[in-house]
Design a protein around this ligand. Sequence first.
Ligand code: FES
Ligand SMILES: [Fe+2]
Length: 452
Amino acid sequence: MSINRTQVDVESLVDVRNGIQAKKIFWDQEIYDLEIEQIFGKCWQFLTHDSLIPNPGDFTTGFMAEDEVFVMRQDDGSVKAFLNVCSHRGARLVAAEAGNARAFSCPYHGWSYSMDGALKVVPMEKELYRGALDKSQFGLREIRVESYRGLYYGNLDPQAPSLSDYLGDVKFYLDIWMEVNGGIELVGPPSRSLLNCNWKTPAENFVGDAYHVGWTHVASLMALGGELSSIGGMEAPPNEGLGMQVTSRFGHGFGVLWDTAPAVHAIGSDAGKLYREWFASRRPKMVEKLGAQVGRIYGSHLNGTIFPNNSYLLGTNSFKLWVPRGPHQIEVFTWTIVEKEMPSELKNAIVTGMNSTFGTAGMLESDDSDNMESMTQNNRGRATREGKLNSQLGLGFDKLDSVFPGVIGQSAIGETSYRGFYRAYKEILGADNWQTILDLDPDAWKRELTGQ
Ligand code: FES
Ligand SMILES: [Fe+2]
């Protein structure tokens, strides 16, 4: 049990039934320290995708919160992940962002490790250690890794549920986009940028904020044209039929905007033209396979977050990791997500379209970044951070559905998945361990959110 658990009154941070959170969750160091231990120490975090490490020896480096890690394809095709730190004096072992190697030598004193993390070579071992070093005890620290549709996630907690159980209800929806012929792939290397915001500000925005789209992004939507430009300026409330929101037991959630998948790939651009043709040819097959109601998800726009810090836009083709760098800063990693069977001409056009919208200097990314930073930085004021955050949009109208799993918000413009995100946030932040969470009634979270 850490000191932090006694310093933070977790119960006071989130009022699930009333859709309220304490503003200091975006600021306080004690809360951040507890998140690192309880959330990033226990939850699955995105590492890499099959397409980025296709061959034995291929590796990528990255982060699980503030822990540096690397992920490597083994000779037998399996994937292992390790803390990226030498077992001798703790220097960073792998400096490259990606590459192919058979072994790694530490830049400090030259200790060398094989692909599976074993310590193999210690310079002048015989002469200097004279048999006193037990190399078998000083391999790299291996991290638990599991994959879903080629996406690899790591977990620092051996007690955590499987990745599949952790993803739970959202797999139903992700499969509609990812279980396509050939599957999906990520195009790397990721672009990287720093934002002076708390990691939860973009995570909550992506999990379920269609409300801001017509306002924050009005200029961008008007410039791009396309399916979403009609809500630019928020002059009229959208029809109830605009879309829906979904949330799930461990906080993963998303919003759906019906029939708008290519919306931010400009109508006049190569990406926009080719992508609209792609959906016109593929969607009818999905409807045939899944039925009209479920098949409609493919070709609709999804904005989502896999709790805690992995977000995606399906349609816009952005795949994000918000890596915390203290309570007031993140490093953003952005990949482009495409379908493997897309012709290279379309993939290239989508990469260009994604980068001009949600890449580091993308027009919509820039719109959002200002909000993320101000939501964080204005908590510098002592009185300000004692305040509350409101996520009551759609409260009282969340329901269960016979076709769609999870708790469903009936309008795309709602805060259902915010409430689900912070319900899970509180539960995981305050739990002794995973078992205490898994021992709860598996439907209790639904009653908590729907009030039924
Ligand atoms: S710190 Fe790596 S070899 Fe010494
Ligand atoms: Fe946005």
